[in-house]
Design a protein around this ligand. Structure first.
Ligand SMILES: *[C@@H]1O[C@H](CO)[C@@H](O)[C@H](O)[C@H]1NC(C)=O
Ligand SMILES: *[C@@H]1O[C@H](CO)[C@@H](O)[C@H](O)[C@H]1NC(C)=O
Ligand SMILES: *[C@@H]1O[C@H](CO)[C@@H](O)[C@H](O)[C@H]1NC(C)=O
Length: 462
């Protein structure tokens, strides 16, 4: 599950156009990774109920995204139809029920004449299909890249194919989050941001941390990649995204500001997985309002390799709202390691060799994974009778519907700060942590000199 969450964090999706949506990365659920074509009205409604009852909606997971295999051809009138066996009451009815629960409804199609699972696609039917989504009260469109009839190979060709749906969606007047899924083809990092809310940098992820696979043939999203494919490992995608962290126009989205879409079947979610998915200290990194990028400052390949010959460690860092700094230690070596970084390296983008003014400030280092919900509480949440009221421990849950992450961060809400592990500053210029094999440690460095947090910090200290 940790790799699965990592791939959510590093899914290689970045955000772009500003139509009022996705001002912070979208969060939600998509059925494809765990359920493929096994879609139905009851799947969406059961999943939605779990999102609400387990508190996931109120930490931010609000989009329920239906993937491929819902279609039933196209009528003689040219309008696409939904499968009446899988969705007996129609799509609009599903949307209404999701909206009644406070959730948003996502739809799927492909910029091809068929979808990836060979159902009806939207190529050359963009206007009619956009009208259809709107008549169903859809809030989100994932737009895939299968069966495009050879209309790719040069950025402008792909751009035009995807722009046609962007224009069709816009013309409906309904704000619909447009999630462009061209797998990184045709240098999407040079144009995706201008027409879509989010755009993907790689082929499909699969549940391997490091394993190379010819079905995911490209190592670099920037070179001309003709077979982005699927079966891409977590590390393959992280390394594709790293050079392009400045490519989101509004959020300047780094890998760590990728959309968080849960791919698991929530009906069989483990308690341990819930404590990972609902960790508000990590979600607050993703949903913080500051629009600066997080970037990689170290990639070291000189570590113990696994049986595929893979192994490396990486350090990522960047500024966080309000005056904080994120440090991420990523251990992709084939052994547990102690990892370290220095104050001068963490602020290297602000000035070389310790010349950044930040290197004179003192920070509290907070471990963002340390204060997760305990397993027993998570088990109670997942097993409680559907009819019961929220259990008494619900007060421990972070509720972003009541306290947006921005406010919680200003108030220094302990659930967003994780556990303080020490200071980091001129007197203690080295940050060190044990990082398990194929693991990640994340630290929020809270600026003790800092602005809006001073009051809350004083309160804690008294
Ligand atoms: C979050 O707060 C809202 C508004 O008060 C409430 O309706 C909802 O039930 C809360 N969520 C949880 C998981 O307690
Ligand atoms: C359509 O595009 C215009 C121009 O970018 C934008 O101002 C408007 O909000 C968009 N409308 C919708 C419904 O997306
Ligand atoms: C820390 O806060 C002070 C005061 O608001 C500010 O001047 C400084 O730039 C902040 N440091 C960082 C690293 O954001």
């Amino acid at each position: 599950m940790l790799p699965l969450f990592l791939h959510a964090l590093f899914s290689g999706v970045v955000l772009g156009v500003n139509n009022g949506l996705a001002r912070t990365p979208q969060m939600g659920w998509n059925n494809w990774n765990s359920l493929g074509c096994a879609v139905s009205e009851s799947l969406l409604l059961d999943t939605s109920k779990i999102l609400v009852d387990a508190g996931l909606k109120d930490v931010g997971y609000q989009y329920v995204v239906l993937d491929d295999c819902w279609q039933d051809g196209r009528g003689e009138d040219g309008y696409i139809r939904s499968d009446a066996g899988k969705f007996p009451h129609g799509m609009k009815r599903v949307a209404q029920q999701l909206h009644d629960m406070g959730l948003l409804y996502g739809m799927y199609s492909s910029a091809g004449d068929m979808t990836c699972a060979r159902y009806e696609g939207s190529l050359d039917h963009e206007e009619k299909d956009a009208e259809t989504w709107v008549s169903w009260d859809i809030d989100y469109l994932k737009y895939d890249n299968c069966f495009h009839r050879g209309r790719f190979g040069y950025p402008e060709i792909s751009f035009n194919r995807y722009d046609k749906m962007a224009k069709a969606l816009n013309a409906t007047g309904r704000p619909i989050l447009y999630s462009l899924c061209s797998w990184g083809e045709d240098y999407v990092h040079t144009w995706g941001m201008s027409i879509a809310n989010s755009w993907r940098m790689s082929g499909d992820i699969y549940d391997h941390f490091n394993r190379p696979d010819d079905l995911c043939a490209c190592d670099d999203a920037g070179s001309h990649c003709v077979a982005p494919g699927f079966h891409c490992s977590v590390m393959n995608i992280i390394n594709k995204v790293a050079p392009y962290v400045d490519r989101g126009t509004f959020l300047h989205v780094a890998a760590l500001k990728s959309p968080l879409l849960i791919g698991a079947d929530l009906r069989t979610l483990s308690a341990q997985a819930l404590t990972i998915l609902n960790n508000p200290a990590v979600i607050a990194i993703n949903q913080g309002p500051l629009g600066r990028s997080v970037a990689r400052i170290l990639r070291d390949l000189n570590v113990k390799k696994d049986r595929y010959g893979q192994g490396e460690v990486q350090i990522w860092t960047g500024p966080l709202f309000p005056h904080d700094q994120l440090v991420v230690f990523l251990n992709a070596a084939d052994e547990d390691l102690e990892m370290t970084t220095t104050l001068n390296d963490v602020f290297v983008h602000e000035g070389p060799e310790g010349s950044a003014t930040q290197t004179e400030e003192t920070f509290d280092a907070h471990d963002l994974w340390a204060n997760r919900m305990d397993i027993v509480t998570a088990e109670k949440i997942l097993t409680r009778e559907q009819s019961q009221q929220p259990p008494s421990h619900a007060k421990e849950w972070y509720n972003a519907t009541v306290t947006p992450y921005k406010d919680g961060l200003l108030e220094a809400d302990p659930r967003l700060l994780g556990q303080r592990i020490g200071s980091f500053g001129p007197d203690q210029p080295v940050l060190r942590a044990d990082v398990p094999r194929h693991g990640i440690r994340m630290f929020r460095l809270r600026n003790l000199t800092g602005g809006g947090t001073r009051y809350a910090l004083h309160k804690d200290e008294l």
